[in-house]
Ligand binder design. Structure first.
Ligand code: T1G
Length: 679
């Protein structure tokens, strides 16, 4: 029984059990509608409680139903029936009350929640808005400014914050929610008139709306839903029925739009990425009580913070005492900066730092369950470190490398336990970026992979599994884009123009700004006399990027880029010496030559089974490389554009894509078949 009702001393408790997250699918809605009508008609019932079994209250509408024909009682109608019920209806919330789940609670006359509950309207993250009255009822309960934060940003609030803002009426004990909800129900059984949220007035707050828009303009860039949410909440100052019509119109428009399709695709893609095809189901995750990190540089420090922040002690080793001290100081500074923004308490900062043990000797890692190496990106240096780690680490320990390019199998060969070796490729800043590329070597054991996926979830990362190849998924696809950006410079296109086309497309940064941020000197042979590539020419001139205040751009003290006459001269000189003649290039060509080769490389990655599925590639690019999520990721976007168009573009530009370019057979085949990349 998905929906069941029990009665006790005049209270009807309607309970929903629709695992895993009590999504408000059609069966739940119909069942709730019937149970509510029965309880309303039951003379022995004075009040009604709605609660859920399992790990959470309703986590929203059933996202899998979107785009399907609507069946049964619709959620807006169900919410209106709850609110119109002649008897008090109480929402008993545990776990999460999200989206349509919170809208059901808002339609109830009273709300009680456990202290650990989270409440929110994350629809905007799916390119939608609350479509069952949430944009009209929420501001009536907590005001326009507070409603904007919840609905347009999409992040949940705690039960404590909900109580303070009067979104809920009462907190309950973690194990006594149902009893306390029933007690509240009896308490209010005779209250009339019932507090119907839709009947409450809303005070207009134009100042809050414009301030909110201004404050989040950069964050909302390119997204359609946030503005629709703001418009709907502004409409809550109108009579309720009028506001609902505006909410519905905005909802239907967004639901039919491309952005919501892409964001819903990504919702499931991120969850799919956690699944490893063919993994031995009996492979159990290994214990993780103590972590070691080798290398106290930017990456090592950030990696260590992920574990300290969730209460796992870390041994941080760096053979250079100064680097070790500097690394620890940077970690404390980062924590304190987060605390200064109110996102951590000083107590939490101290608690995390107290779990850190810096040590100059590898021997300190002897009893670690997991050791992550984050030293200089050089294969010999890494092999040497792994050889030493293999001799000090306990036999069961997992040895991970944070390499972003190098061959994990070659590194694993130095260890007597290659099955316990894998890549854990964090992205900078490692304590912030959500993506974690889990690189499985030829010998990596299933239990080690299963452990890596659990670790990723515990430190709040989205893990994507990649097999070994040069640059794994993300960096391998980045390379052809960066090479084409350089090629366009050689043909006389200005750096700022290439970057403008790519940022107008929706990327946070263009290829050349990114190169300057990462360092033009990455992988440079350090011989200023040897000029073989444009990068060599720039590096020889000391233009290593932001770190030297100049690269493809010049940078001021605040690291703001500006076009550089010297860089342009160097590029023009270098190109001329190699026979390039400046030519007219359209923005369209710039976009195609930067993005289409990436898609082609993505198809090769799929064909070689380096990535399990196209959606994994999309998760890598949206969670780790700033690909705009409202475009779903490169493979999803290419499928929307049409693979025939991509192939035609690649064939048109083939002469300029370099000697290494070859069309992916998988791409050609799927294009010919009129298919996309999605299965
Ligand atoms: N619909 C369908 N499936 C869902 C779902 C949903 N709303 N939420 C989760 N699942 C599936 C998910 O795909 C996974 O499946 C399993 O449940 C466990 O999820 C009209 C328009 C609740 C915080 O956006 O944020 O209401 O992979 O791995 O980490 O206004 O799930 O096991 O096969 O994420 O513990 C608004 C979405 C909908 C919330 C739990 N609601 N869910 O996190 O588990 S739109 C949301 C979450 C709406 C109305 C509108 C999280 C969670 P599988 P999980 P978790």
């Amino acid at each position: 029984m998905i929906v069941s009702t029990s009665k006790n001393a005049g209270v009807a408790s309607i309970s929903v059990d629709n695992p895993p997250v009590n999504a408000l699918g059609s069966a739940v809605r119909d069942g709730l509608g019937h149970a509510l009508a029965d309880a309303a008609d039951d003379a022995t019932v004075g009040a009604i409680v709605i609660a859920c079994r399992g790990r959470t209250f309703f986590a929203g509408a059933d996202i899998t139903e979107f785009g399907q024909p609507r069946t049964g009682l619709q959620l807006p109608e169900l919410c209106d029936r709850i609110e119109a019920c002649p008897k008090p209806v109480i929402a008993a919330i545990h776990g999460t009350a999200l989206g349509g789940g919170l809208e059901v609670a808002l339609a109830c006359h009273y709300r009680i929640a456990t202290g650990s509950a989270k409440l929110g309207l994350p629809e905007v993250k799916l390119g939608l808005l609350p479509g069952a009255g949430g944009t009209q009822r929420l501001p009536r309960l907590i005001g326009i400014a507070a409603a904007l934060k919840i609905a347009a940003l999409g992040s949940p609030i705690s039960a404590g914050e909900a109580l303070a803002s009067k979104l809920i009426d009462r907190l309950a004990g973690e194990d006594s929610l149902i009893e306390e909800a029933a007690a509240l129900a009896r308490e209010v059984a005779a209250v009339r008139p019932l507090p119907r949220t839709s009947e409450r007035p809303v005070s207009p707050d134009a100042g809050a709306v414009s301030a909110f828009r201004k404050e989040h303009a950069r964050r909302f860039r390119g997204f359609e839903a946030p503005d629709a949410v703001i418009r709907a909440i502004e409409a809550s100052t109108l009579p309720y029925a009028e506001g609902r019509l505006i909410e519905r119109a905005e909802f239907d428009r967004l639901l039919a739009g491309a952005q919501s399709g892409a964001l819903r695709y990504l919702f499931f893609a991120e969850r799919q990425a956690a699944k490893i095809d063919g993994l031995d189901p009996s492979a159990k995750p290994l214990p993780l009580a103590l972590v070691g990190v080798v290398g106290a540089g930017t990456m090592g420090g950030g990696i260590a913070m992920n574990f300290l922040s969730i209460g796992i002690p870390v041994r941080l080793v760096d053979l250079n005492a100064d680097s070790l001290a500097r690394g620890v100081a940077v970690m404390r500074k980062n924590y304190e900066a987060t605390a200064a923004k109110g996102r951590l308490t000083n107590g939490q900062v101290e608690a995390a730092m107290s779990l850190l043990t810096p040590d100059p000797a590898l021997a300190a890692l002897a009893d670690c369950d997991l050791i992550i190496e984050a030293v200089f990106e050089n294969i010999e240096v890494k092999r040497d470190v792994f050889q030493k780690l293999d001799s000090v680490a306990k036999p069961a320990a997992i040895l991970a490398t944070n390499t972003s390019y190098l061959d994990v199998d070659v590194i694993a060969q130095t260890a007597r336990r290659p099955g316990r070796v894998l890549g854990l490729h964090f992205f900078s800043p490692a304590n912030v970026m959500r993506l974690l590329e889990v690189v499985r070597g030829k010998a990596t054991e299933d239990a080690v992979l299963a452990t890596a996926m659990v670790i990723a979830r515990r430190i709040g990362k989205i893990a994507v599994v990649a097999r070994v190849c040069d640059g794994f998924i993300g960096n391998r696809m980045l390379k052809p884009r960066q090479l084409q950006a350089i090629e366009l410079l050689m043909e006389g296109v200005a750096a700022e123009r290439v970057d403008r086309v790519i940022t107008e497309f929706g990327m946070p940064m263009g290829p050349l700004q990114l190169a300057d941020l990462a360092g033009v000197d990455i992988g440079w042979h350090r011989d200023p006399k040897r000029i073989e590539t444009l990068r060599d020419a720039l590096c020889a001139a000391g233009r290593w990027g932001q770190k030297t205040g100049k690269g493809f751009y010049d940078y001021d003290a605040a690291r703001r880029p500006s076009p550089s006459a010297e860089a342009d001269r160097l590029i023009a000189q270098f190109a001329k010496e190699r026979g390039y003649v400046p030519r007219e290039v359209s923005d369209r060509e710039i976009l195609e030559r930067c993005l289409y080769p990436m898609i082609n490389e993505g198809a090769k990655i799929l064909d070689e089974r380096v990535a399990q599925r196209a959606s994994d590639i999309d998760v890598v690019w949206t969670a780790g490389y700033g690909w705009p999520s409202y475009l779903g990721g490169p493979m999803y976007w290419a499928s929307q554009v049409g693979l025939r168009t991509i192939v035609a573009g690649l064939e048109q530009h083939a002469a300029r894509l370099g000697p290494a370019f070859s069309l992916s057979p998988l791409l050609a085949q799927r294009a010919a078949a009129g298919k996309g990349f999605q299965a």
